[in-house]
Design a protein around this ligand. Structure first.
Ligand SMILES: [Zn+2]
Length: 151
């Protein structure tokens, strides 16, 4: 399933060019595999789509920061979040920032976070065997994450 996305800013710590703050129109897609139920459905795509939309909305027009990167120093966190990366300081309003449980906000890591969220929400779908999440930051730059739901 394609066609969902969000606009967000990020940087990739330790990357010469991409360590500078910039943004993308990210795309998110999910493929679901499994045994169709008596209605011929593996999942209700409307429900899956609303879950993905909720996730995308949570990132949209925000700054995605990697919570687990040791080079990112949190200087202060109040109304504003002040951080330092390799001696360069940034300050952002708290409500503009999303901390992600990743070492860097890369397509690979975002695909993992989205896949984890989708799996968490798939317990209501016993027919799902496998999901594949695709995250794309620009055409041709994407990553996928597979999760087996059943053994
Ligand atoms: Zn980028």
């Amino acid at each position: 399933m394609e066609g969902l996305g969000f606009s967000a800013a990020h940087f990739i710590i330790g990357h010469k060019k991409c360590e500078h703050l910039h943004g993308h129109n990210w795309r998110v897609g999910v493929t679901v595999e499994g045994e169709p139920d008596e209605r011929g459905l593996v999942v209700d795509f409307l429900e899956l789509k609303s879950l993905l939309k909720q996730l995308c909305d949570g990132y949209d027009h925000l700054l995605l920061l990697p919570a687990e990167n040791p080079a990112l120093k949190r200087l202060s966190e109040g109304k504003n979040i002040r951080i330092s990366i390799h001696g360069r300081e940034f300050e952002f309003p708290k409500e503009d920032v999303v901390w992600l449980p990743v070492i860097n906000t890369t397509v690979e890591e975002l695909a993992r976070v989205v896949a984890d969220e989708v799996v968490k929400n798939l317990s209501a779908y016993p027919n799902v065997d496998k999901i594949t999440v695709l995250v794309e930051e620009s055409p041709g730059e994407s990553a996928t994450q597979e999760r087996r739901i059943k053994a």
